[in-house]
Ligand binder design. Structure first.
Ligand code: SAH
Ligand code: SF4
Ligand code: F3S
Length: 472
């Protein structure tokens, strides 16, 4: 399919809408749920809307378009959307604003059916494979005054050159691949994002070069399984153009490391099963690649991991961590953990605590297992009762918080390189930034430091942030 032509078609809809909107001072409100990939998609939606002449407002009551970019990885995301839609009904009746819902949840038929039945005032439904067509969908909803449902179940192409309006001027996310082929048995993502497919190296490198020209300092590479970048293309013999030596994730890291102006490189999420030695070597060699690596564990028990289809054992995970710690000086690790996967026993959960104790993660994102319609996990007969899941969650939380406190102590008295991001939200007299290990540090300093990396002496620690002073 000719994606360039399709992007041109959408640009024409953007121009048409801009003409229609001329002088009307229209506003949009966007609510993004979900992961960084969704946030990056939202930046593209914002880019399109701003080109159509809309400006952003944080107050939905003032908006002419209410846009939701949804997530369905856990149940609470659904509850949140339906709550918000309930609140919107009156506003829609009073003001006639356009209501549009996109993203992962729209790829689930039982959800779009429910919306059409219970919230018939919604104007546009669009999925993950049709995001690029938002200008056309919006144009039709406005001009033809009809309801639009633009959801397809075919893996979307990768559309390059869509407008984008980024949230930050310092840190930028760059999606390097779409979809996922891993089918972890708890997870809905492969069903709503389709099969794994990588962007070509040239587009990624050019995007990062552009970002550096605009003054961006930190790049986060995004994908559901970043360390299998280009793997599917190689397996299927799908031709891709090697560009600046990039033909794998490791070579991508090396190429981006060479781009002047970029000072930090992060990536989420790699999969432990694909953490090959070339990636470890690249992290170790590339001075700009942050030494905080997110390494999703999910469970510390080999049997549960097998049931989850994670393709590594407790021992393999720990061996990988040991190897990485040996090869990469100053390595710190963060992780994702799910408690209460079907069939998980108390003893099996102990293994998760055991791994957490051994690895001493810098940060742990903890989740209570949530049944997802259509996944193998949902069909497993031995679901864990809610109260047991919550008890396990509380135990894990207690362990993790005590580890974070102990770990924070280690920072006090050290000097850390901090990328200054802006004024602190809670205290505008202070600046805020992050260490290489992604810890928030607040400190007093001149605003001209924003966007720079400064050396800060850490003077005190607080659960979720550190306090620093300019060193020297
Ligand atoms: N591709 C990434 C992240 C996917 S979603 C990875 O493999 O690491 C982010 C996290 O949500 C997952 O790592 C997992 O910990 C959690 N998650 C996914 N499905 C879930 C479910 N059904 N219930 C609870 N947590 C879930
Ligand atoms: Fe979901 Fe597993 Fe794919 Fe991550 S790797 S998106 S957890 S199926
Ligand atoms: Fe959610 Fe979709 Fe991301 S389901 S976690 S927004 S890929």
């Amino acid at each position: 399919m000719d994606t360039t032509n399709e992007v041109k078609v959408q640009e024409e809809y953007i121009v048409k809408l801009k003409e229609i909107n001329e002088g009307k001072k229209l506003k949009y409100n966007i609510l993004t749920m979900g992961c960084q990939l969704n946030e990056n998609d939202s930046e593209k939606l914002c880019g399109m809307l701003e080109k159509m002449g809309y400006t952003r407002t944080d107050d939905v009551k003032n908006s002419d378009i209410a846009l939701f970019n949804t997530c369905c990885v856990r149940e609470n995301a659904e509850d949140k959307l339906f709550g918000k839609l309930g609140e919107l009904k009156r506003l829609k009746e009073e003001k006639g604003l356009i209501v549009a819902i996109g993203g992962c949840m729209m790829q689930e038929k039982h959800i779009t059916d429910k919306i059409k039945e219970s919230y018939p005032f919604v104007d546009i439904l669009f999925g993950t494979h049709t995001l690029h067509r938002f200008p056309e969908d919006l144009y039709r909803a406005i001009e033809e005054k009809r309801k639009i449902e633009d959801v397809i179940d075919v893996d979307g192409e990768i559309y390059e050159g869509l407008p984008i309006k980024r949230d930050s001027k310092i840190k930028a996310s760059v999606t390097i691949m779409n979809g996922c082929n891993n089918f972890c048995t708890y997870c809905i993502v492969p069903y709503v994002r389709g099969r794994e497919r990588s962007r070509n190296p040239r587009s990624i490198i050019e995007e990062v070069k552009h970002l550096s020209e605009f003054g961006y300092k930190e790049i986060t590479l995004l994908g559901q399984n970043v360390n299998s970048y280009l793997r599917v293309e190689k397996e299927k013999n799908n031709p891709f153009e090697e560009y600046e030596g990039v033909n794998s994730f490791a070579t991508l890291l090396r190429a981006i490391n060479k781009i002047d102006g970029i000072e930090r490189i992060r990536f989420v999420s790699p999969h432990p099963k694909d953490f090959t030695d070339d990636v470890i070597d690249a992290i170790s060699d590339c001075e700009k690649v942050c030494k905080l690596i997110h390494l999703p564990l999910q469970s510390g028990n080999t049997k549960v991991l097998k049931e989850m289809n994670r393709k590594y054992s407790k021992e393999q995970y720990l061996e990988l961590v040991d190897k990485m710690k040996k090869e990469i000086p100053n390595l710190t690790l963060s992780t994702d953990i799910i408690v209460g996967f079907p069939g998980e026993t108390d003893e099996e959960f102990e293994d998760t605590l055991d791994v957490a104790r051994k690895v001493k993660f810098e940060q742990v994102y903890m989740f209570i297992y949530s049944r997802r319609v259509g996944t193998p996990g949902d069909r497993m007969p031995n679901q864990v009762p809610e109260e047991i899941k919550h008890k396990r969650f509380d135990r894990l939380k207690e362990l993790v918080e005590s580890q974070i406190e102990a770990n924070n102590q280690k920072y006090v008295g050290t000097v850390q390189k901090v990328l200054v991001e802006g004024e602190s939200k809670n205290n505008p007299n202070m600046l805020t930034g992050r260490t290489d290990s992604n810890k928030v540090v607040i400190f007093e300093g001149n605003k001209n430091l924003i966007g720079k990396i400064v050396s800060l002496k850490i003077v005190s620690e607080h659960m979720w942030y550190l306090k620093g002073e300019i060193d020297g």
